[in-house]
Write a protein that binds this ligand. Structure first.
Ligand SMILES: NC(=O)c1ccc[n+]([C@@H]2O[C@H](COP(=O)([O-])OP(=O)(O)OC[C@H]3O[C@@H](n4cnc5c(N)ncnc54)[C@H](O)[C@@H]3O)[C@@H](O)[C@H]2O)c1
Length: 362
């Protein structure tokens, strides 16, 4: 096979060299460059930097993206009659090839998100479901209990009233503190929407413990759901997360940073999620970005605004209590590679400034 590289145009030289190096490696063919001194220079630079064959940048996001692009060119285009060599022979530059790929990517299948803790129609989890569906995601919603507004059919009627696509939502009832049930959520996601899961939002949680409960049991149960469950589900999902385009978001709380009395289990679990976030971010570097969102006071009361007093709003530096959308929009941002591709291992407080307010005795 002969590849003719067009004279230096506007295409990305370094990228073209990477393609050549990889082609040489996967096809076990020597790389011979004729009349391509401009490419030779870029190639020399890459080899000089130790970037040889498929080994360079193997753990970075940039490399993951390049491998995917190369994979698409070599394996999606080459076998067809309009393959790489034909395109090159037709003197179509690398820039055009990249455009072809971008067009392909635009047409690719929708992204899939798993969101836990979605039972309550006014809760943060359900708002996440609605926002991700609106963004074009396929969504697996999960909860320990059934959907509060009835079965999936009834929820579907709510969703169709909101003009949301019913065929892109599937509910799985499961207890995330049981590893085998966490696994089942992922299996159902793969069964319904295919084996690529791009986003996991660990939103399910037990609220603060009932003060009458056995304190030891209450602490253990809260950690089991709010921290262990998030870890189990992550472990099950990660093998299905395409490198370089996937994101895990743990819904923590400002209780990770400050407390009321008798909230040991909840605060410890939410602070644990922050540790889990930076640990996973480093373990999964170059593959999956992992971030934590720490909501403050978010009004999920079914009575809506009428459940709040004016002073509840005024107490917040921004002049209002939070709404589930405040959390959901940040999660969407953190799921989007273009918006937040340079952000991983971080924790984001969404509290209207409340934790920054100095409090003195009355
Ligand atoms: N609302 C707030 O003011 C606020 C503030 C800070 C943090 N948060 C966090 O935001 C998230 C959502 O909170 P929300 O206020 O919408 O509460 P919510 O009660 O509507 O959502 C939590 C859901 O998790 C589910 N759940 C509990 N244990 C589970 C288990 N073992 N397996 C599967 N599902 C389980 C519950 O059934 C519930 O539907 C929680 O993680 C919460 O800690 C909320």
């Amino acid at each position: 096979m002969m590849i003719i590289i067009p004279k230096k145009d506007n295409y990305d030289e370094e990228f073209a060299c990477w393609v050549l190096l990889l082609l040489a490696q996967v096809m076990h063919m020597p790389l011979v460059l004729q009349n391509s001194s401009h490419l030779q220079i870029s190639l020399d630079k890459l080899i000089h930097r130790g970037h040889c064959g498929g080994l360079f940048y193997h753990n970075s996001l940039a490399w993951t993206k390049v491998v995917k692009r190369i994979h698409n060119i070599v394996f999606s285009q080459a076998p067809q009659s309009t393959g790489l060599s034909r395109k090159m022979e037709d003197n179509v530059g690398a820039e055009t090839l990249v455009e072809v790929l971008d067009e392909k990517q635009r047409k690719k299948k929708p992204r899939t998100a798993i969101i836990t803790g979605v039972a309550r129609p006014t809760g943060i989890g359900r708002t996440l479901v609605y926002r991700y569906l609106e963004k074009g995601y396929q969504v697996i919603g999960s909860d320990l209990r059934e959907l509060d507004d009835g079965d999936q059919q009834k929820t579907s009627s709510v969703m169709s009233a909101k003009k949301l696509p019913l065929d892109r939502f599937h509910f799985v009832q499961a207890d995330i503190q049981d590893p085998s049930q966490a696994k089942r959520i992922v299996e159902e996601a793969v069964h319904h929407f295919g084996n690529h899961i791009h986003v996991l939002v660990n939103n399910a949680a037990r609220a603060n413990a009932n003060l009458d409960m056995d304190r030891i049991k209450s602490f253990a149960d809260t950690i089991a759901t709010n921290l262990n469950g998030a870890f189990y589900l992550s472990e099950c999902v990660i093998p299905y997360m395409p490198p370089g385009e996937s994101s895990i978001i743990h819904i923590s709380s400002t209780r990770a940073l400050q407390s009321e009395p008798f909230t040991e289990g909840y605060s410890a679990a939410k602070a644990g999620l922050c540790g889990l976030t930076h640990s996973q971010a480093i373990t999964l570097a170059g593959k999956v970005r992992v971030n934590a969102v720490l909501p403050g006071w978010i009004n999920t009361n079914p009575l809506g605004k009428s459940a709040l007093r004016p002073e509840d709003h005024q107490w917040h530096p921004v002049g209002r209590v939070g709404v589930p959308n405040d959390v959901a929009l940040l999660c969407l941002f953190l799921s989007d590679e273009e918006c937040s591709g340079f952000i991983t291992g971080q924790q984001f407080v969404v509290d209207g400034g409340a934790t920054k307010k100095m409090v003195y005795p009355e």
